[in-house]
Design a protein around this ligand. Structure first.
Ligand SMILES: [Zn+2]
Length: 461
């Protein structure tokens, strides 16, 4: 009897272990060296034999090249996995951050869509599916890509860079579910050195335990099929520091020695086998990801607690198991229906000079902001009080601090704490060998700070 109880208890303990998901993804981008096609084929097949599905983020030109080379074997093998998108041309100049860097919110989104929609359509034509996710080439990230991706039907942002992040785990930003800036939860075995695999596997085990103690989470692991067979990146030998040779002048990257390649496949598969056998660990694809997380929509909310929070600081909040972005909270306080809206398109200013606002003028300002949000799908940069303005953060703090009945409303200064999740260095996050030397994109980070209104942790179901 005692034995039975013990078995029951240990079963419950096992069942209660929070899930740890491994997102295994391959940036499938080298459309120059044909050996990269074979590498992608081999990885896809080896993983399939082991019952593991990965996400292959494919470059539009790579899909077209596979078709031209009649590599239907590669296309078929990749199709057994999940198919994401990794830009139309990857490293041909200008790359996304380069052409977006001085563009505004709306024109940048339109320009990204104009350039990238054909690649998405080619992926759909060649692989028969809409890509499940997108991730930028290199660190060529821009916030204007998010509304464009949503319009193209892509709900997940999957990549690794440092422009925006939240506690090294999955988050909502720009209306998309992001596996991005995963920091200590990015685990990649060193393909150069077999002797380091054991310590990577130990780190994997410790990370799984740690995630289990914090309620589950995601480990991000990525490679490029080309790095298994070529000794230099296909784009570094052609498009370095802004170079843009004609197609006829593209050079092949040098190949790795056969035994070096074999070692790389072996290390990767040993890592996968290790993860696959571990209790409570599951491989997931970008397509499955949204099903694992609570939807971005917020439900019933404790209005008073949301108001107390937003009056003090404009940032996300987890309340009774629901994740609220600063924008979600503002919509609740304005009495609006729950929906996703973008942050403002630009920085607003406060010109209002008084310390108090008459009730009727303030109610008109609120009604005006609701009308703007309903018609544009984004927050206003500033809100008019007669002929003067309140910047959005000041307006939000004032709405949150208002008791709703006094004859006048006290103006409150905003405190946009959410901005601390956006990088501030205009150069380092965009450091990529393909960008021109000295490339900086501070304006993209300014736009990202405005979109921090949409930032919030993604909570597992
Ligand atoms: Zn890439």
């Amino acid at each position: 009897m005692r034995c039975l109880v013990l078995i029951l208890i240990s079963c419950l303990a096992l069942a209660a272990k929070p899930p740890v998901y491994v997102m295994l993804w391959f940036d499938t981008e080298d459309y120059i060296h044909p050996a990269a096609d074979d590498a992608a084929l081999r990885i896809a097949q080896e993983l399939e034999q082991r019952g593991v599905r990965a996400t292959f983020k494919i470059v539009g030109e790579k899909a077209r090249v596979l078709e031209k080379r009649r590599r239907y074997d590669v296309i078929r093998a990749l199709s057994h996995h999940d198919i994401g998108y990794h830009s139309n041309y990857h490293s041909v100049q200008p790359t996304p951050a380069l052409y977006l860097k001085d563009m505004g919110w709306l024109e940048g989104a339109a320009e990204f869509q104009r350039r990238e929609q054909p690649g998405v359509e080619d992926i759909r034509r060649v692989f028969g599916v809409l890509p499940s996710c997108y991730g930028q080439p290199g660190s060529s990230w821009g916030p204007q890509t998010y509304p464009a991706l949503l319009r193209m039907g892509i709900p997940v942002y999957l990549d690794e860079a440092s422009q925006v992040g939240l506690d090294d785990q999955t988050f909502w930003f720009g209306g998309m579910l992001n596996v991005f800036h995963m920091g200590r939860y990015t685990i990649r075995p060193d393909l150069d050195d077999t002797s380091r695999l054991a310590s990577t596997l130990e780190r994997f085990d410790r990370t799984v335990e740690e995630l289990q103690t914090r309620g589950g989470g995601v480990i991000s692991t990525y490679f490029h099929p080309t790095e298994f067979v070529t000794a230099k990146f296909w784009d570094a030998v052609n498009f370095i520091h802004g170079a843009n040779p004609e197609r006829g002048e593209w050079r092949l990257p040098p190949m790795r020695a056969q035994e070096d390649s074999e070692k790389r496949f072996r290390i990767t598969l040993q890592y996968v086998e290790h993860a696959r056998k571990m209790e409570g660990v599951k491989f997931i694809t970008a397509r499955e990801l949204p099903q694992l997380y609570k939807s971005a929509d917020v439900g019933a909310a404790d209005r008073a607690r949301l108001a107390a929070h937003l009056a003090m600081r404009q940032t996300f909040l987890i309340l009774d198991g629901v994740s609220f972005s600063a924008a979600d909270t503002l919509l609740v306080l304005l009495g609006m229906e729950s929906r996703y809206v973008d942050g403002p398109s630009e920085n607003g200013r406060t010109t209002y000079s008084g310390a108090e606002i008459q009730r009727s003028a303030f109610e008109q300002a609120k009604a005006g902001s609701v009308a703007f949000i309903r018609s544009t799908g984004r927050l206003p940069a500033e809100v008019w009080i007669g002929s003067q303005t309140l910047a959005l953060t000041d307006f939000a703090a004032t709405v949150a601090g208002d008791n709703g009945s006094s004859a006048s409303v006290s103006l409150r200064k905003g405190n946009p704490e959410m901005e601390k999740y956006i990088a501030t260095d205009p150069a380092r996050p965009f450091n990529w060998i393909i960008h021109p030397e000295g490339f900086e994109a501070g304006h993209l980070l300014d736009l990202a700070r405005l979109q921090a209104w949409t930032l919030k942790p993604a909570l597992l179901r």
